[in-house]
Design a protein around this ligand. Structure first.
Ligand code: AHR
Length: 663
């Protein structure tokens, strides 16, 4: 609905309105009653959904710069190039010790017979390596050298072919085939968006190499082998209430053998068994044959990340079913036990004291304190009776041991239709704690469904809007854009989520990250290249809701009704008992400005000035980019409050957040 405003708002004509309409409600007045809280806003209401899609983990937040560092990709030398002055078939051999080391079977053996020859291997990184001038880089490698003879020269080479940093390693002789580790750091002399790593061998001899690694110094919290700080900072800035991980479809796997198994992602990184990423071959239109999961970023690191950014962890576990869009494999019921045990063990890993089997493992990894895990998802987008049958077994076992633990249950892939109706009814019969609903829909759907939860039952299962994003084109189209129109439609929908906080307890946009040269799915909240990251207009909408979450929903009414599309506007309001503010969120989804009076009631006094944070742009199609990362971003200003009234002018396609102090 796009309606032109009848009256341009100025303080003169709004003043007239004040005089003539006094305290009466009319369609120009939004009444916000701050002393009538209708529901609590859950502390974890607005969160983030992290999945290793679009190079989200490897090549993304996991700051490792070397791709295929332990030669475990299906093509063992994928990402590597061998260069030698004299062809020698055996100079670089891929060795397989599968029987001795199933988690990390492969390594390479370098043999160089003549000192005068040249031999090098080059790693291309994840679409190149982002290198910053003046920053320290930490190189490491596991090796065995039976006799002295080889020197290893490590060099970073820029896109222009210039050496921009390096170090030399003189390996010692390692006895009895025991692996040793060499590490050396150096400072980059220049910046390059897509550098490569050259490793040259001088002298003669043999050496075995594995786990060839390069990390920048400036990881998140400066943790060695850690995460990319700029990307994590964008998450931290959102102050998310929860972080859902590790997906998404990667939880399910293309087939059961490639499902996500958390136990394989903890402990020493060299013992974490690599797996193909199910997004590797998912879309013929966006093939990513080099997409694997090294699990350098594993469940311990996810819990630690949640703790770092003050978010409740929300792991999603495989329920004994592979992706139903792919193989749809299910594990027979009589073989489901190990899957259920994984769930129980994960709770112990997070919450068990250091004397428990899994609590001890956590402590050995450096975290004696518990991670305070309160909830878990069983299954991602699974559906059908086969899901319900398995879910019941999980629920029974988990609740028997942890009665207060909350379980998130899947309602499938879509917010309506037969699959949804079936699951919605079955899950409610089971008194599901939290039902996970997903919506990848056009902006019009989000506007039309802003009142979706107004009539959901209050005293039954709670809702997790677990994955949503407005699609400017259509789902899985590569034309989808993160533009103002989609962001505003999501903001409108989110006013409905907030208004219904009594039933909607959590929400997260999806997916979270995308690498500009390695994505499979769009739209995405945050876009990155090897050196930069920026938030989309949709990111700012999420951030504005999360950082203005408040503690209690209060009524915001026009003509006595909640505001969900009248005059193309969408409104919700909360009070924040911690700061003593009332926060009113208003979305104008039309192409024209709309003027309204916000009339506050229920407090003795309101501050004379409100803070207005406004997200708008000139055109609905506007986007952010690496060149203009803040083109569509919020601007904060002070605006007068006359007594208890604010003259709000809502620009076309805008999201306004008013924050007013109360006494
Ligand atoms: O967010 C991208 C994908 O969309 C998720 O992996 C899946 O759960 C959904 O279908």
């Amino acid at each position: 609905m796009r309606i032109k405003p009848l009256l341009a708002a100025t303080w003169v004509n709004i003043g007239l309105l004040f005089v003539t309409t006094a305290h009466a409600q009319n369609s120009n007045t939004i009444m916000v009653q701050v002393n009538k809280p209708v529901a609590e806003v859950q502390p974890a209401m607005w969160g983030v959904f992290f999945e290793d899609i679009n190079l989200g983990a490897d090549g993304g937040i996991y700051a490792e710069l070397v791709k295929n560092r332990s030669f475990e990709f299906y093509q063992p030398l994928m990402g590597w190039k061998v260069t030698q002055s004299k062809f020698n078939e055996g100079s670089v051999l891929v060795m397989n010790r599968a029987e001795k080391n199933t988690a990390n079977p492969r390594f390479i053996r370098i043999t160089k017979d003549a000192a005068a020859d040249t031999l090098s291997i080059t790693n291309e990184g994840f679409r190149g390596m982002g290198i910053k001038k003046g920053l320290r880089y930490d190189f490491s490698v596991a090796y065995r050298q039976p006799a002295a003879g080889l020197t290893v020269l490590v060099e970073l080479v820029s896109m222009a072919g210039k050496i921009i940093g390096g170090t030399t390693i003189t390996p010692v002789v390692t006895a009895n085939e025991v692996w040793s580790k060499a590490a050396a750091s150096f400072t980059a002399t220049d910046t390059s968006l897509k550098a490569t790593l050259h490793i040259r061998f001088e002298g003669t001899g043999k050496i075995d190499l594995d786990m060839i690694s390069l990390f920048p110094e400036d990881t998140w919290k400066k943790r060695p082998g850690g995460m990319r700080a700029d990307m994590i900072q964008l998450l931290a800035d959102m102050k998310p209430g929860f972080i859902r991980f590790p997906g998404g479809c990667v939880v399910e796997g293309h087939e059961l053998s490639t499902r996500y198994q958390w136990k394989k992602t903890i402990g020493p990184v060299e013992e974490r068994q690599l797996s193909i990423n199910r997004w590797n071959s998912e879309f013929a239109h966006r093939p990513t044959p080099d997409y694997y999961q090294t699990f350098g970023l594993g469940f311990f690191e996810y819990f630690q990340l949640a703790e770092d950014i003050g978010a409740s962890p929300l792991p999603i576990l495989n329920c004994g079913m592979a992706c139903q869009f792919n193989t749809a494999e299910v594990i027979p019921i009589d073989q489901l036990d190990p899957y259920v045990q994984d769930a129980l063990d994960l709770i112990e890993f997070a919450n068990g004291d250091v004397t428990t089997q899994w609590g001890k493992v956590r402590a050995q990894m450096g975290h004696s304190a518990t991670f305070n895990l309160k909830m878990m998802g069983v299954g991602n987008e699974n559906w059908g009776p086969q899901y319900v049958e398995r879910l019941k077994i999980f629920s029974k076992a988990i609740k028997a041991r942890y009665p207060d633990f909350k379980l998130v249950n899947s309602s499938g892939t879509d917010p309506n239709g037969e699959r949804f109706d079936y699951l919605n009814s079955e899950l409610r019969k089971m008194n599901a704690d939290i039902i996970d609903e997903h919506y990848y829909r056009r902006p019009e759907w989000f506007l039309a469904n802003a009142a979706r939860y107004d009539n959901y039952p209050r005293n039954a299962s709670k809702i997790f809007a677990g994955e949503y994003a407005a699609q400017s084109d259509h789902t899985v189209s590569i034309e989808n854009k993160n533009n103002t129109e989609t962001a505003i439609a999501e903001a409108a929908f989110m006013t409905g989520l907030e208004r219904n906080a009594a039933v909607v307890n959590m929400a997260s946009y999806a997916p979270l990250f995308a690498h500009i040269d390695g994505w499979q799915w769009t739209p995405d909240l945050i876009w990155v290249n090897n050196l930069q990251s920026y938030g989309t207009p949709n990111y700012y909408v999420q951030k504005l809701f999360s950082t203005n979450k408040g503690t209690n929903v209060v009524p915001a009414l026009m003509d006595g009704k909640s505001i969900s599309g009248q005059d193309s506007i969408y409104v919700s309001a909360v009070i924040d008992k911690n700061t003593g503010d009332v926060i009113v969120k208003l979305v104008n989804a039309s192409d024209n400005p709309v003027s309204k009076i916000i009339e506050l009631s229920g407090a003795k006094k309101f501050s004379a000035t409100a803070t207005l944070t406004l997200l708008k742009s000139n055109a609905a199609g506007d986007v952010n980019s690496f060149v203009h990362p803040d083109a569509v971003s919020p601007v904060t200003s002070a605006t007068p409050v006359k007594g208890n009234k604010i003259a709000a002018v809502l620009p076309a396609n805008s999201f306004s957040v008013y924050r007013v102090g109360m006494k």
